[in-house]
Ligand binder design. Structure first.
Ligand code: AHR
Length: 790
């Protein structure tokens, strides 16, 4: 017994007839209830200047050249004295508000009746809205005998007053002063102005620190809170968990930059600020307590990622490990975090949590140790010490290991094998790949060993924000859900990116100070997360449209260098006459006038770079089209040798990059052997094989269907991705379900190339009803979810 829609062959013959059979009577495969979560890292100004509601940039005058070479304690601030030269601002460190944030600014007027002001530009301006109110606060102290006052103004770009308030008497001790500024007109780029006026007789000196301005309307109305619209957009993803604080931020660039949770809780001045690995500053205004609170507010489980006692492998000179004799303390720090999250209020760290205003435990269930670390001896040692201690004391926790930055290669293999040996619960693997790769790998997890650790796909994304990217991710998520017994958690990365402040594209949600711009990829995540199940059901698809990638017909060669002078000599394709070319800052690329239609070919050439810090690349195959190969020398700031496949315009690593730096003035001998138009590629550098890749028959599954049952709500969700240009008419048979005559339908559809970073999504999911007595029409380039009672 079951539901069956009409025959797919009825009606419009331009539609591809397809049948989807869902066995809703089968017990199905269990799916983790926590499968879909989010990855939050302070990258792309996600925290400071982003989700964190603070509107003042560099509020404690602790920016420095560690953050960015040109930054200093007054970055973000300017000084105004009236009349000119009537005052100055200096920086001091003696007797600060808190030693962790040593700098403060002193405003000094030297001429009676003069005034001196400090002006903060915010993060690309301060956005204030008509009718809004903003809580200002500052630590201030007077250094003069004369009475000292502080004026606070919000002014627009032309200096016109928007709102003001005053503190008529500043004492001789550090004290906190606060008040609310109410705004009666909107301004996207306001400035905060702090002014000290001289008394009539004498100059005045006032120190200020932690100059802060928050909207009173933060998410959940919290002080030290989060920007409401961004937090709401995140909450609407319905994440079951939040991974934080990274990513690379978690293990840091060098030991001093490692994220240490205890440094991030308590009063703001006593948090240890740090530079951000992504090239800016971490105020730690969002610290562990705020992360836990946010998770709680949005109904997501916290998933902290702690450094495995080693810092990022991209640290200059390689990863460094916490010294052996400091490891016991570090292990204790990890155990203390568990107590901080879950311990009773009479435990040391449970009491600290209660003191911060949260006596109830935070219900920590997951803990990840390490992020994309180099799986070498020192990593193994540090990881195992942490792991065994936490495992011994907290067998109730699900512990997560790490397996490198890529879904293949040495760290992936080593990471997995190490995790298997230790019987770690889950392994955090990462996949930043092209849509082509995702469509070729929808069955990747089918073959995973059910007897070993489960998978946490902790970071993934398909290198773009077009509809094709969104569909690749939708389909891959269906593949994970179908394997929900082994893939237990997954989170797209990165989550947020501020327009013009971005280090990593693509992302899920773009924003500026006024707007929130969810991408098509965001809507895919949301659709999946709002149609969850506890069991995946067997589904059979017949007759779905096939996708055939046009083969690369003619092969040629081109070379390029983004910012380097490189001479290429002796270029031969299958023994053609030798050709030479040079690229420099102006002529950044050159296509050689050579070509072959042979399936097998060999390219030889020499390259010599005479200037530039970044390297060069040799493209081969159909170099004029969107699909070809690239052998790149000196990728990632001249640190790797990489072989890429470029598919649909997206670059994707064909193999794990090899550590390598281009040496200036050195002549390199390059040889590329291609068989079967790229089925096998062998690259030789100075006569030595450095890459040898054989690709299996690439089959891109551009049409797929899966189904899940949600026993809590008694619903079956049928999910269909059609990433082809064919409209499909499908008969849908759902066995084991009776009575349902209709389904609610949600569809996201757009042309394959529509959608881009930093732009509003070209489409949003559209809801409708679907009559189950009719065949179901599935649009080209669409993601559809049909939900029916079962
Ligand atoms: O998501 C951005 C970065 O990608 C993460 O910080 C890191 O883990 C990965 O390499």
């Amino acid at each position: 017994m079951g539901i069956e829609t009409g025959s797919a062959t009825e009606g419009d013959s331009s539609l591809t007839p397809t049948s989807i059979v869902v066995d809703a009577g089968a017990p199905g495969r269990p799916i983790s209830r926590d499968l879909w979560g989010i990855f939050f890292e302070d990258i792309n100004y996600s925290a400071d200047g982003g989700l964190y509601g603070e509107l003042v940039q560099n509020r404690s005058f602790d920016y420095s050249a560690r953050d960015r070479p040109e930054w200093h304690a007054l970055t973000g601030w300017s000084v105004r004295a009236e009349p000119a030269d009537s005052g100055e601002v200096t920086l001091r460190t003696e007797d600060p508000v808190a030693p962790q944030s040593p700098h403060y600014a002193v405003l000094r007027t030297s001429v009676p009746a003069g005034s001196v002001a400090l002006v903060n530009e915010g993060f690309d301006g301060i956005n204030v809205a008509e009718g809004g109110s903003y809580r200002f606060s500052v630590y201030a102290r007077s250094f003069s005998d004369a009475p000292a006052a502080l004026r606070v103004e919000l002014a627009d770009e032309d200096g016109e007053l928007i709102a003001d308030l005053g503190f008529p008497s500043v004492s001789g001790q550090w004290e906190s002063y606060e008040g609310v500024l109410t705004v009666d007109r909107s301004c996207g780029a306001a400035r905060l102005v702090l002014t000290v006026d001289a008394s009539a007789e004498v100059g005045v000196e006032v120190g200020v620190d932690f100059v802060s301005l928050f909207p009173t309307d933060t998410f959940a109305g919290e002080r030290n809170g989060l920007r409401r619209d961004l937090a709401e957009a995140i909450a609407e993803l319905k994440p079951r968990f939040v991974r934080f604080p990274g990513g690379c931020v978690a293990h840091g660039l060098g030991l001093q930059n490692m994220y240490r949770w205890k440094d991030t809780i308590g009063e703001l001045p006593s948090r240890r600020q740090n530079f951000n690995i992504w090239g800016y500053h971490q105020s730690m205004g969002i610290g562990y307590f705020e992360y836990f609170r946010f998770c709680e507010r949005i109904g997501a489980k916290p998933l902290p990622v702690l450094a495995a006692g080693v810092c990022c492998q991209n640290t200059e000179g390689g990863p460094q490990a916490i010294p052996d004799d400091e490891m016991d303390d570090y292990v204790q720090e990890v155990l203390d975090l568990v107590e901080f999250a879950n311990g009773p209020v009479d435990s040391l760290w449970g009491a600290r949590r209660a003191e911060l205003g949260h006596p109830e435990p935070f219900g920590l269930e997951y803990l990840a140790i390490g992020n994309e670390d180099k799986v070498n001896a020192v990593f193994r040692n540090r990881f195992e010490r942490i792991y065994q201690a936490v495992r011994g004391k907290h067998p109730e926790l699900t512990l997560i290991g790490t397996a490198g930055p890529s879904p293949f290669g040495d760290d992936y293999e080593q990471g997995w094998s190490f995790a298997r040996d230790l019987a770690v619960d889950l392994v955090d693997e990462h996949s930043y790949k092209s849509p082509k790769w995702f469509f070729e790998n929808l069955d990747r997890f089918d073959a995973y060993d059910r007897g070993g650790p489960g998978v946490y796909l902790g970071e993934y994304g398909s290198k773009g924000n077009t509809m094709l990217n969104a569909l690749a991710e939708a389909a891959y998520m269906m593949g994970m859900e179908r394997n929900g017994d082994i893939v237990r958690l997954a989170s797209y990365a990165p989550l947020l990116a501020k327009v013009d402040r971005t280090q990593w594209v693509p992302d899920l949600i773009y924003f500026d100070n006024e707007r929130v711009l969810p991408s098509l990829n965001y809507y895919v995540q949301q659709m999946h997360a709002t149609a969850v199940g506890d069991h995946s059901l067997p589904v059979t698809v017949t007759g779905g449209p096939q996708f055939t990638r046009p083969p690369q017909r003619e092969a040629s060669v081109s070379v390029r260098a983004a910012d380097a002078d490189v001479a290429f000599t002796g270029l031969r394709l299958n023994g053609s006459e030798p050709l030479s070319a040079a690229v420099d800052a102006e002529t950044t690329s050159f296509r050689f006038p050579v070509g072959t239609e042979d399936e097998d070919y060999t390219i030889t050439l020499q390259a010599c770079q005479t200037r530039g810090d970044e390297g060069f690349a040799v493209a081969f195959g159909d170099v004029d089209g969107p699909d070809h190969f690239e052998w790149s020398f000196g990728t990632w700031k001249n640190r790797f040798l990489s072989l890429y496949y470029r598919a649909d315009g997206d670059l994707d690593e064909a193999v794990e990059p090899i550590p390598f730096s281009v040496e200036t003035d050195r002549l390199y001998d390059l040889e590329i052997r291609v068989l079967g138009r790229g089925r096998r590629i062998t690259c030789l550098l100075d006569g030595v094989v450095v890459h040898d890749v054989t690709s299996p028959d690439p089959i891109e599954e551009r049409f797929s269907a899966t189904a899940v049952r949600d026993s809590d709500t008694g619903t079956v969700h049928v999910k269909i991705v059609n990433a082809t240009d064919r409209a499909v008419r499908t008969s849908l048979a759902i066995t084991g379900v009776t009575g349902a005559t209709g389904a609610s339908r949600t569809t996201l559809t757009a042309p394959p190339g529509a959608g881009a970073a930093f732009e509003p999504a070209p489409a949003v999911p559209v809801g409708s009803r679907c009559d189950l007595s009719e065949p179901v029409s599935v649009e080209p380039y669409s993601f559809t979810i049909l939900s029916l009672p079962a």
